[in-house]
Design a protein around this ligand. Structure first.
Ligand code: NAP
Length: 515
C-alpha cells in the first residue's frame, strides 16, 4: 500500500519535531528536508530519526531540483555523511532512506548507507515536465537491487499526467519499487491516487502550519488523510470526482467523502483540474472513474463525450453530471432542480408566476437557471458580457436579453423582483470583482449569487449592504450534490445520512473553506 510521507520543511529541528508530533497520526514516513534547515541545525540531523520515532528520509534538495541548498556539492556530501555517520545497531535510530539524485556519484557514501540498512531513493526532479520516455527513464535510473526510483515531474497539462500514469503501467516498470509524482496543480489527483499510480509514497506538507510546501502541488497532510481517506484508497476503491479549471475551491470532495465515510462505502471523490477535457476522459478511462461532476468551464463542452443525455441536458444545453451507463457516459443536469429548490425556499414561494427576474451571465449554470425560471412561470432578462450567448438562451424561453452596459442595466428596472448572479466573477481563483457594478440596488430585490466560495462575493456584499435579502449558492450546491448521489448510486441519499453530513461535516468544510 502507498504510504503518506510528511515533508518537514521548517527551519529548525525543534519545530519539525513539533509539527511531526501534531500530525503523527496521519504520517507513515517523514522526510527531513535538511536544505530548509538553518545552518546550525543542519549539524544536528544525526539524531533526528531516533527523536522522530518513525521511518525518516534524509533529503538535501539542491536549488536546481526545486530545493533550497546552494552550498556546493562538497558541502552537501559532508552533510549527507553527517546524517549517515555512526550508524546505530538499532536500525530505527538511523535514517530509513536517503534521497540522492541520479547524478550523485559518491560510491563510498552509498555503500555506507546500504551497509547500515538505509535504503537509497534514486531521484530525478524534472521541473519543466520534459521527460520524453518516462518508462525508459525509470528503468535507466535504477542502479542496485533494492533502490527505490523516484521520478518527480512537473505536469503542465493533463496529457503529462496521462504519460506518467501509463509509464507506471509499463510491463517492466509495474513491479518496480518506485515513487512517481506529478508536481503541480494539474497532478493533484495523482497524489490521492498514489496507489493507482504505483507509487510507494505520497508526499504531503503541513500547509496549515504556514510551512513551505516540499514541492509544487503537495497537499496538506491532514486533508490527504482525513478528507480523502488516503489510507483506505486501494486499487479496488471506486473513484468519483469533479472536473473543472481552475477548480480551486469546490464543496464536492467534502460532501461526497463525508457521505462515503458515514455510509462506509469503498469510494473516493477527488478534484480533477484539467486543461483538456479530452485528455481528462482518457485518464478517467484508465483509472476506471465511475461518476463525475462537471463545473466551470466545461458544462457546455462535454457533449462529445456523452453516449446518452437526459432530457434536461438536451433541453438546457448544459451537463453538470456524468456517470457510467452501458460502458459509456450518461449526462444529466442536477443544477436545474438544485437551483429551483433553493430559490423557491429562499423567496418562500411555490412558483415564480408574476416574478420578474434578472439573470446575470449566460454560461452553463445560467442555462439551468433560465430553464427553471421558465418552468416555474417567471419571466426574465438575461444580461451577459457576450451578447450572443445571452440572446441564444433568452430566445429559447422568450426572455429578454442584453449586455452588462448601461442599456442592459437600465432594462433591469422592470426585472428586479429577483436577481440571480451566475457568472464566475468574484469566485475564489478569479478576480474579486462585481459583475453588476453599474447597478444600484433599491434594497427590495431578493438577490442570489450561485457562487459559494467565498461565502460572500463583492456583489452579494453590496446587495446586503443596500438592504436586500441575499443568499449564496451553498444550499443549491448541496441540493444538486444530493441529486448527483442519486445518479451515481441509483438511490436517494437517506435523509438521516444527509443530516449527519451537515452536522459532522460542517467543521471540516469550514476549515477547508477558510484554508
Ligand atoms: P461558465 O459556463 O464558464 O460561464 C461563465 C459565465 O461567467 C459566462 O456568462 C461568462 O461570460 C461570465 N464571465 C466570466 N468572466 C467574466 C468577466 N470577467 N466579466 C463578466 N462576465 C464574466 O461557468 P458556469 O458553469 O456557468 O458557472 C458559473 C458560476 O456559477 C461559477 O462561479 C460556479 O461555481 C457557479 N455555480 C454554482 C452552482 C451551485 O450549485 N451553487 C452550480 C453551478 C455553477 P461570457 O459568456 O461573456 O464568457
Amino acid at each position: 500500500m502507498s504510504k503518506i510521507c510528511l515533508c518537514l520543511t521548517a527551519k529548525t529541528i525543534k519545530r519539525n519535531l513539533e509539527i511531526l508530533e501534531k500530525y503523527r497520526k496521519f504520517t507513515d514516513v517523514a522526510e527531513l528536508r535538511v536544505d530548509c534547515l538553518d545552518s546550525d541545525d543542519r549539524l544536528s540531523i544525526r539524531r533526528f530519526p531516533e527523536l522522530a520515532g518513525l521511518p525518516v528520509i534524509l533529503t538535501i534538495r539542491r536549488d536546481v531540483d526545486g530545493g533550497y541548498f546552494t552550498g556546493g556539492e562538497g558541502n552537501r556530501v559532508k552533510l549527507f555523511a553527517t546524517g549517515l555517520a555512526y550508524a546505530d545497531a538499532d536500525k530505527r535510530h538511523n535514517f530509513a532512506y536517503v534521497d540522492i539524485e541520479e547524478d550523485f556519484d559518491v560510491p563510498s557514501l552509498e555503500e555506507a548507507a546500504r551497509t547500515f540498512g538505509t535504503r537509497i531513493i534514486r531521484s530525478c526532479h524534472n521541473l519543466k515536465g520534459e521527460i520524453e520516455d518516462i518508462p525508459l527513464k525509470i528503468k535507466s535510473m535504477k542502479r542496485v537491487g533494492d533502490e527505490v526510483v523516484k521520478v518527480a515531474m512537473a505536469v503542465n497539462t493533463t496529457a503529462d499526467v496521462l504519460r506518467v500514469l501509463k509509464a507506471s503501467r509499463d510491463e517492466e516498470v509495474r513491479d518496480m519499487d518506485k515513487i512517481l509524482i506529478c508536481m503541480g496543480h494539474y497532478g493533484i489527483y495523482s497524489r490521492i491516487l498514489a496507489e493507482r499510480f504505483g507509487s510507494l509514497l505520497s508526499y504531503s506538507s503541513a500547509l496549515s502550519e504556514s510551512e513551505v510546501p516540499g514541492a509544487p502541488g503537495q497537499m496538506d497532510v491532514r486533508e490527504l488523510a482525513e478528507l480523502y481517506h488516503f489510507r483506505r484508497v486501494t486499487k479496488k476503491t471506486k473513484v468519483y470526482g469533479v472536473v473543472g479549471n481552475p477548480l480551486k475551491a469546490t464543496v464536492g470532495p467534502w460532501f461526497f467523502n463525508t457521505v462515503f465515510n458515514l455510509e462506509n462505502r469503498d469510494a473516493v471523490y477527488i478534484p480533477f483540474p484539467t486543461t483538456s477535457i479530452g485528455d481528462l476522459f482518457d485518464i478517467c478511462d484508465e483509472l476506471g472513474v465511475q461518476g463525475l461532476s462537471i463545473t466551470v468551464p466545461f458544462k457546455e463542452t462535454v457533449f462529445s463525450k456523452l453516449a446518452k443525455s437526459s432530457d434536461a441536458v438536451k433541453s438546457i444545453g448544459a451537463c453538470n453530471t456524468m456517470y457510467r451507463f452501458d460502458g459509456g457516459w450518461l449526462g444529466e443536469n442536477t443544477d436545474c432542480t438544485g437551483f429551483s429548490g433553493s430559490l423557491l425556499q429562499f423567496v418562500n414561494k411555490k412558483n415564480l408566476k408574476r416574478q420578474k427576474v434578472t439573470i446575470i451571465g449566460a454560461g452553463g449554470a445560467a442555462r439551468a437557471v433560465a430553464a427553471e425560471i421558465f418552468r416555474f412561470g417567471g419571466s426574465a432578462l438575461i444580461l451577459n458580457r457576450t451578447a450572443l450567448k445571452a440572446k441564444n438562451i433568452a430566445q429559447q424561453y422568450n426572455f429578454r436579453w442584453g449586455t452588462l452596459d448601461s442599456q442592459g442595466i437600465g432594462a433591469m428596472a422592470k426585472f428586479s423582483n429577483i436577481i440571480i448572479q451566475t457568472t464566475s466573477v468574484g469566485m475564489d481563483g478569479y478576480e474579486a470583482a462585481d459583475p453588476l457594478e453599474l447597478y444600484s440596488f433599491s434594497g427590495k430585490e431578493a438577490v442570489m449569487d450561485l457562487i459559494y466560495t467565498p461565502a460572500e462575493t463583492p456583489f452579494l456584499k453590496r446587495a446586503a449592504e443596500a438592504g436586500c435579502r441575499t443568499m449564496n449558492g451553498y444550499d443549491m450546491v448541496v441540493r444538486q450534490a444530493c441529486l448527483q448521489y442519486s445518479c451515481f448510486f441509483d438511490r436517494d441519499i437517506p435523509q438521516q445520512l444527509l443530516s449527519r453530513v451537515n452536522t459532522q461535516g460542517a467543521n471540516t468544510w469550514n476549515r477547508i473553506r477558510t484554508g
